[in-house]
Design a protein around this ligand. Structure first.
Ligand SMILES: *Cc1c(COP(=O)(O)O)cnc(C)c1O
Length: 381
């Protein structure tokens, strides 16, 4: 099998599993209890909080553990709206956010929020000038993702943060694709809230965190016990949090080395597809791009068809479209970038890891070329 869907989820690293195991079988105490066994869980949570805070230049008490990226995004947007709506009800976001942000914004609109959805250019970039012009006296929050999950475009996070800070507006970034893959410094980039998810950086599924800087004055999200300083009740997922911290350590220790390797593989794959398959177009920015993201549109093709045929060749990939009840909706990200519905439907996303080899990518290009030639050959002209 050749796995090229690392933007959807990653393999849990063996050392991460190793770090987690004792917290299932040995140190299984509830961190809220008073006996010695519980102390082991408490210590593990403290270490994890410190380790994760350290990767962002944050303080340990600014990290809140959650069940993943979707929860962190929901929490950030809903709690900021709740806490600041007396000041204003206007939120600025972009059209290419993950649905965890976009659908939360739609929900908040029903609760009285006013939301501006910024356009992006043909490469998926938000224009900071346009963002600044969208600010109104009642703007309370800017939420723009650090890097896009479909096309890999990396946003000018620091510029956006500086604009937000200059206007006294909170800045949230969905960094689920960026954290552990690109360096992120919350102070330097004026980030007030940041979402991340362990399973996108070789950690376990169902564990994530929300960074909340002091200025944001966050509200409780899950009501109940006193966990997470009374803001997010529920017995802590100690093994998941320990695994996330081990994955964060691993990701940050070899970040540049791994990114370098992935960029080489990425550019090799892009180069071969462009050279060997006719009528293809790269989606997203060629340079301001996640090290592991490849996304192409193939003229005359359907993404879903390519996925099924690649699966028959044991290749896992993703299409820039969501198949809901039989109808294929073209990706909102590609449409926002100005692509035609047809070109959006013919898109394919291949997201690499450092474990992929050139030989694997050679196989992928050969299979893709064969699939494209076969389908195009059957088309009635
Ligand atoms: C995967 C992803 C999410 C959702 O994270 P989960 O942990 O799966 O809930 C949110 N935003 C982006 C950009 C993502 O890639």
């Amino acid at each position: 099998m050749i796995y090229l869907d690392n933007a959807a989820t990653t393999k849990t690293a063996p050392e991460v599993v190793e770090a987690m195991l004792p917290y299932f079988t040995e140190y299984y105490g509830n961190a809220g209890s008073i006996y010695g066994l519980a102390g082991e869980s408490r210590k593990a949570l403290l270490r994890a909080r410190e380790r994760i805070a350290g990767t962002l230049g944050a303080e340990a008490n600014e990290i809140y553990f959650t069940a993943g990226g979707s929860e962190s995004d929901n929490w950030a947007l809903k709690a900021v709206f709740e806490a600041w709506q007396d000041k204003g009800k206007h939120i600025i976001t972009s059209r290419i956010e993950h649905h965890a942000v976009l659908h939360t914004c739609e929900y908040l609109e029903k609760m009285g929020a006013r939301v501006t959805y910024l356009d992006v250019d043909s490469e998926g970039l938000v224009d900071p000038g346009q963002l600044e012009r969208a600010i109104r006296p009642d703007t309370i929050l800017i939420s723009v993702m650090a890097a896009n999950n479909e096309v890999g475009t990396i946003q000018p996070v620091k510029e956006i943060g500086e604009i937000a800070a200059a206007h006294g507006i909170l800045f949230h970034t969905d960094a689920v694709q960026a954290y552990g893959h690109l360096p992120l410094a919350v102070q330097e980039c004026h980030i007030d809230l940041l979402s991340a998810s362990a399973h996108k950086f070789n950690g376990p599924k169902g564990a994530g965190f929300l960074y909340v800087g002091k200025k944001a004055g966050i509200r409780s999200f899950i009501h109940g016990g006193q966990q997470e300083r009374g803001r997010r009740a529920g017995t802590e997922n100690v093994p998941g949090i320990v695994g996330m911290a081990a994955a964060a350590r691993r990701a940050h220790e070899h970040m540049e080395e791994r990114a370098q390797k992935e960029r080489m593989l990425r550019d090799y794959l892009i180069g071969r597809i462009e050279a060997e398959i006719p009528d293809v177009a790269l989606n997203g920015h060629r340079i301001r791009r996640l090290p592991n993201n490849v996304n192409f549109s193939f003229a005359g093709m359907e993404g879903e068809t390519m996925l099924i045929m690649l699966d028959m060749a044991q290749i896992c990939a993703s299409a820039g479209s969501a198949c809901t009840s039989g109808a294929v909706d073209p990706s909102h990200v590609l449409l926002a970038m100005g692509l035609s519905k047809e070109r959006a439907r013919g898109s394919l996303r291949l997201t690499l890891s450092e474990e992929n080899t050139r030989e694997e990518l050679d196989t992928v290009v050969e299979e893709l070329a064969r699939i494209v030639a076969r389908v195009r050959g059957m088309m009635v002209r």
